[in-house]
Ligand binder design. Structure first.
Ligand SMILES: [Ca+2]
Length: 394
């Protein structure tokens, strides 16, 4: 989740660069014609077709290093060969499909058809290689703390009060925080991403070595999620990194944290605003959000020993007494036991801030203090904007 979206403009470019190689690597005479128009809902194989390997293969070989053998030799002898056409006709893709069949009982012939329709997108590798979080705070901040995002946030709050109130009551997460996350992620659903999730995840899983294991795991999760939800996996869109819906949930998070908050029996983060609101609140609660607890506050520092608390990997685990003993001071009215210290490069120079466990919970959404700070500040602006509207309407 997080900054995982690009403009629709980029999409046209990607179609042009997609898949124009390796069409002739495999004999195609036995492969059935692949129709993109034909509906595809992933099905589970009857249990008896599962090979004995299923019960003894807990470890999942997801890393790029070991090249898989040709499909004819990886397929158990009792199963007919499968054929993947087009750019995904490569050993790692065959190995992935066989593994999905073995571990999760997918129909390998059906998955081979799906893989024949995957269009790798080299642009998503470029996009993920230059994250917004590489900027200093004073350049990052204006991307999200803007009048349009604040005004739309206030309107979004007022249009969905019923669900925000219910989410706050049930999960303890304030409305403005949930609204700000949806605002930062997708401008309240306006920019939920125009990439086919299966294309993005396959591209990153097979052609982006630094995080190949992560994205192959997400591709697995996406296929399982598609089967659980009854989706045609080719019809699901998301960000260039495979994040879906108003709150930009990655497939694994969708499976674990999406909730049906409007009671229609479906967990629909693409179309249901209520489900998105409830799911973001539930996600934060499950990552340690404490109702009414502090989030973040600016601090002052003296001396040098406080620098030991600053690390790239933010955690809110240092006892505040220890902070105080090392020259850190802050708003004395705040009641908390532990926090993490981080720095922001602002226009006036370096600032120090204390993030509490609730701030840490926001970083579980996107592991960046810049991201979490943007969420916090946008939330405060939405809160103020809503208060003004309430005053005006009375
Ligand atoms: Ca629902």
């Amino acid at each position: 989740m997080g900054m995982l979206r690009v403009t629709g403009y980029a999409l046209g470019v990607l179609f042009l660069v997609a898949g124009c190689t390796s069409a002739t690597l495999k004999p195609e005479s036995e492969a059935p014609d692949v129709s993109e128009a034909e509906p595809m809902v992933l099905t589970e194989m009857p249990a008896k077709t599962v090979t004995p390997a299923a019960s003894s293969a807990p470890s999942v070989p997801l890393v790029e290093s070991a090249p898989a053998a040709e499909p004819a030799t990886t397929s158990p002898a009792t199963l007919p060969p499968i054929h993947i056409r087009g750019p995904m006709n490569r050993p790692e893709a065959y190995a992935f499909v066989e593994e999905m069949a073995r571990l999760y009982n997918f129909d390998r012939v059906q998955l081979a058809k799906l893989f024949s329709q995957i269009k790798p997108r080299p642009k998503v590798v470029e996009a993920i290689s230059r994250p917004a979080e590489a900027q200093p705070w004073h350049k990052y901040r204006p991307r999200f703390i803007q009048a349009q995002r604040i005004d739309k946030g206030v309107a979004f709050w007022r249009a969905n009060t019923k669900y925000f109130d219910a989410a706050q009551a049930q999960f303890g997460v304030p409305t403005e925080i949930v609204a700000a996350i949806l605002g930062v992620e997708t401008l309240y659903g306006k920019h939920a991403g125009g990439f086919r999730v299966v294309d993005s995840l396959a591209t990153l899983g097979f052609d982006y070595a630094p995080r190949a294991a992560f994205f192959r795991k997400e591709l697995q999760e996406f296929l399982i999620l598609s089967r659980e939800q009854g989706w045609d996996p080719r019809a699901i869109q998301g960000s260039y990194a495979g994040a879906m819906g108003l709150g930009q949930f990655m497939p694994s998070s969708y499976r674990r944290f999406a909730v049906d908050f409007d009671g229609d029996g479906k967990r629909d983060l693409h179309r249901s605003t209520a489900d998105a609101i409830g799911s973001v609140a539930y996600y934060l609660q499950q990552h340690g959000w404490g109702a009414g607890a502090p989030i973040v506050t600016q601090a002052s520092t003296q001396g040098e020993t406080y620098t030991r608390f600053i690390s790239r990997d933010f955690k809110a685990e240092t006892p505040l007494a220890e902070m105080r003993d090392n020259g850190v001071t802050w708003d004395a009215t705040i009641v908390a036991e532990r926090a993490g210290l981080f720095e922001l490069e602002n226009t006036g120079g370096k600032e120090h801030w204390l993030g509490f466990p609730n701030f840490y919970a926001i970083t579980r959404y996107n592991r960046s203090v810049l991201y979490s700070m943007a969420v916090y500040e946008l939330a405060q602006e939405i809160l103020r904007g809503n208060a003004v509207r309430l005053t005006e309407s009375n």
